[in-house]
Design a protein around this ligand. Structure first.
Ligand code: MLT
Length: 324
C-alpha cells in the first residue's frame, strides 16, 4: 500500500506541477484593470495610457484605466491594494502616494514599502513651476517676489495633500517663506484646466502634464527643477539659473500590484513594461513630454522597491518641518 500511496502522491505532485505550468503560462486570460489614483488627464493617467497601450499588445489583453480619486491619491491606492492579488488589478503609484503620503497621513491605510508587489518604474518626471499666462512676472525671481508680496491673494493649485504637486509646492513655499491659499483638486489634469483658464495663479506640476501647454503658450513656466534644462523645453531655465538652487526636485510614476501577487505574474507584467519602454514609438512620446525613461537596471521590481524606501525616507523629514 505504501508504494501505491507513494505512487499516488508522485502522480498528484506531477499533476500539481503540470497544473501550475499552464496557469503560469496562461496569465493574462482576461483584461487587466489599472487604477489611476487621480483624475483623468493628469501625469499618472497620461503616462500609463501611453505605456499601457504597448503592454496590452505584449500581454495580449486590454489594459483598462480606472480613475479612483481623492485624498492625494491614497484612496485609489487603498482600493488597489485590497484587490485580489492575481495581477488583474494593478495600480499607478508615484512619488506622492508612495513617497510623501506616510508623512502627510498619520493614519495611512498602507505602508508603501510593505503592502505592494512593485512591478516597475515607468518614468521620472521633473517638476516645473507653472503659472497662469498673465501672471505678473517675467522670470523666477519676479515670480518669487510677487508671491512674497501678495501671498494673501495668490492661489496655488495642487492635486490633494500628499500628491506630487502638493508635496513639491510645499517645499517651494517653504523655501520662499510663503503661505498662500492652496486649493486641492482631484488631479493636476483639472488643476491645469483652471490654470489655463486663469482661475488659479500657480502650481508645481510634472513636466509630462504641462509640457504641451507651455509649448502652446497657454501657461507660463518659471523654472524646471532639474540640474540641466529639459530637451523637451530648452527655453525654460532651471530653478538654479533663476536663483532658486534649493528647489531641485523630480517625481516618478510607477506600476504596483497588491502584495501576494504571484512572482510569475509580476514577472510577466514587468516584462511587458520593459518591452514598452524599449519601443521607439513609446520612447518618443514619453521623451517629447519631457519625461526621463529608466534604464534596464532601473526598471526592475527590486529597483522600484529601493526607490520607494529612499523616497519615504527623503520626504518624511522635509514635510515634517515644512510647516504648510
Ligand atoms: C500629483 O500631483 O501627484 C499628480 O500630478 C496628480 C495627477 O497625476 O493628476
Amino acid at each position: 500500500m505504501k508504494l501505491l500511496s507513494t505512487a499516488r502522491s508522485g502522480i498528484a505532485a506531477l499533476a500539481l506541477v503540470a497544473g501550475t505550468i499552464p496557469a503560469a503560462a496562461a496569465f493574462p486570460e482576461r483584461l487587466i484593470t489599472v487604477i489611476v489614483p487621480f483624475a483623468a488627464g493628469g501625469p499618472g493617467d497620461t503616462v500609463v495610457r501611453i505605456v499601457g497601450e504597448h503592454m496590452a499588445r505584449t500581454l495580449g489583453q486590454p489594459i483598462v484605466v480606472e480613475n479612483v480619486t481623492g485624498a492625494g491619491g491614497t484612496i485609489g491606492i487603498t482600493r488597489g491594494l485590497q484587490a485580489k492579488p492575481d495581477g488583474y488589478t494593478i495600480m499607478v503609484g508615484q512619488m506622492g502616494t508612495h513617497g510623501a503620503a506616510p508623512a502627510q497621513y498619520p493614519n495611512l491605510k498602507y505602508d508603501p514599502a510593505k503592502d505592494f508587489a512593485p512591478i516597475g518604474l515607468m518614468a521620472a518626471t521633473p517638476i516645473v513651476i507653472v503659472a497662469r499666462k498673465d501672471f505678473p512676472a517675467n522670470n523666477l525671481q519676479e515670480f518669487v517676489d510677487h508671491v512674497k508680496r501678495n501671498q494673501d491673494k495668490v492661489v496655488e493649485a495642487h492635486a490633494g495633500v500628499g500628491s506630487v504637486s502638493h508635496t513639491t509646492c510645499t517645499l517651494l513655499q517653504s523655501i520662499m517663506g510663503t503661505k498662500t491659499t492652496r486649493v486641492a483638486y482631484r488631479g493636476t489634469g483639472p488643476t491645469l484646466n483652471d490654470l489655463v483658464a486663469g482661475q488659479v495663479d500657480f502650481g508645481c506640476d510634472q513636466i509630462v502634464n504641462v509640457a504641451p501647454q507651455i509649448q502652446a503658450g497657454t501657461i507660463k513656466a518659471f523654472g524646471i527643477a532639474t540640474a540641466e534644462r529639459s530637451a523637451a523645453m530648452k527655453d525654460v531655465p532651471t530653478t538654479s539659473e533663476g536663483g532658486l538652487p534649493q528647489f531641485v526636485v523630480s517625481a516618478w510614476i510607477a506600476l504596483f500590484a497588491p502584495k501576494g501577487t504571484p512572482q510569475h505574474v509580476v514577472g510577466k507584467l514587468n516584462d511587458a513594461l520593459v518591452k514598452a519602454l524599449d519601443d521607439e514609438g513609446i520612447r518618443t512620446r514619453l521623451l517629447d513630454l519631457g519625461s526621463e525613461i529608466p534604464d534596464l537596471a532601473g526598471r526592475t521590481p527590486d529597483a522600484l522597491q529601493g526607490l520607494v524606501v529612499r523616497e519615504v525616507a527623503r520626504w518624511t523629514p522635509i514635510l515634517s518641518t515644512a510647516g504648510q
